[in-house]
Each structure stands twice: as structure tokens, then as C-alpha cells.
Design a protein around this ligand. Structure first.
Ligand SMILES: Nc1ncnc2c1ncn2[C@@H]1O[C@H](COP(=O)(O)OP(=O)(O)OP(=O)(O)O)[C@@H](O)[C@H]1O
Ligand SMILES: [Mg+2]
Length: 143
């Protein structure tokens, strides 16, 4: 099991958004979280890498408990990818620079390795010719 969530509670003031969530995800499994606006989907995902402080309960990612004081949360975060609702692209960086930043800064990969992988991934999604474009030059879907 890659993710195990037990009795997760999260409140903002007296607004209890997550009321005891239990969930297990196996490697390779694809899970969709579905629900009305404001029901707590993003809050739940943010709790999975401690972008939100957990009110109570436990989250274990790949055997590491996020609430354990000995867990180095930034190490766990290097293995968790998240695409946000807003694109949060850096406007002064090209497409390739935007997608290269995290692998370089967080993973410490070389510029050469990151560039090759980035171009390959852009090609895969049909954006190879936009590598040097800036976010403002892209359509919403391309962003
Ligand atoms: N930082 C915060 N401070 C206070 N309340 C918050 C905060 N973040 C979220 N909430 C509240 O928590 C509830 C759940 O919000 P959340 O963003 O998790 O919903 P969602 O299911 O992702 O909604 P949507 O489908 O609109 O993206 C909402 O009532 C929201 O107002
Ligand atoms: Mg949301």
C-alpha cells in the first residue's frame, strides 16, 4: 500500500471539513475523489503532503507517517506530485524552465538531464514546439 489514511480530521476554526476519512491506495491504483464544490477534496489532497496541518488522525505515505516527529516532511514531499487547480506557472520563465525547476532544485538533477527529459515529456503531450514559449503565449489548455 502506498497511501494509508486513518480517521483523518481537519477543521478550519469551527468548520470541520474532513470528518474522519479512512482510505487506502495501492501502488499503480488510480483513484478519483468526487464531490460538490467546497466539500473538502482539495483539503484532503493538501493533507496528504502536509500543505495543511492535520487536526487529528494519521497519514502514512510509503511507510512513513507524516505526523511522526521523526519524519522529514520535505523528503516525503519530493516523492509526491501535485497539479494545482490554478496553473501557478512562473510568468518570466519559459515552458521548459517552468517544468525543469522542481527536478533541478528538489531532486538536484543536472541541467542536461532535466532538459532532455523535459523536452521528451513536452513532445509526449504535443507541446514540443512550445518549449521556449512563455506562459502568456499559451492557451489555457496548453498552460
Ligand atoms: N485555508 C482555509 N481557511 C478556512 N477555510 C478553508 C480553507 N481552505 C478551505 N477552506 C474551507 O474548507 C471547505 C473545503 O474546501 P476545499 O477547497 O477542500 O473544497 P473542494 O472540495 O476542493 O472544492 P472545489 O470543488 O470547489 O475545488 C470549504 O468550505 C472552504 O471554504
Ligand atoms: Mg478543490
Amino acid at each position: 500500500m502506498i497511501i494509508r489514511v486513518s480517521d483523518l480530521h481537519k477543521s478550519f476554526g469551527d468548520n470541520e471539513v474532513l470528518k474522519g476519512i479512512d482510505c487506502e491506495v495501492e501502488p499503480q491504483e488510480v483513484v478519483c475523489v468526487i464531490g460538490p464544490r467546497g466539500s473538502g477534496k482539495s483539503t484532503f489532497l493538501r493533507c496528504l503532503n502536509m500543505l495543511e496541518e492535520i487536526t487529528s488522525g494519521e497519514v502514512v505515505i510509503d511507510g512513513k507517517s507524516l505526523t511522526d516527529k521523526n519524519t522529514k516532511i520535505n523528503d516525503v514531499r519530493t516523492e509526491i506530485g501535485m497539479v494545482f487547480q490554478q496553473f501557478n506557472l512562473f510568468p518570466h520563465m519559459s515552458v521548459l524552465e517552468n517544468i525543469s525547476l522542481a527536478p533541478r532544485k528538489v531532486r538536484g538533477l543536472s541541467e542536461q538531464a532535466v532538459r532532455e527529459r523535459g523536452l521528451k515529456l513536452l513532445d509526449k503531450v504535443g507541446l514540443g514546439e512550445k518549449a521556449e514559449a512563455y506562459p502568456a503565449q499559451l492557451s489555457g489548455g496548453q498552460q
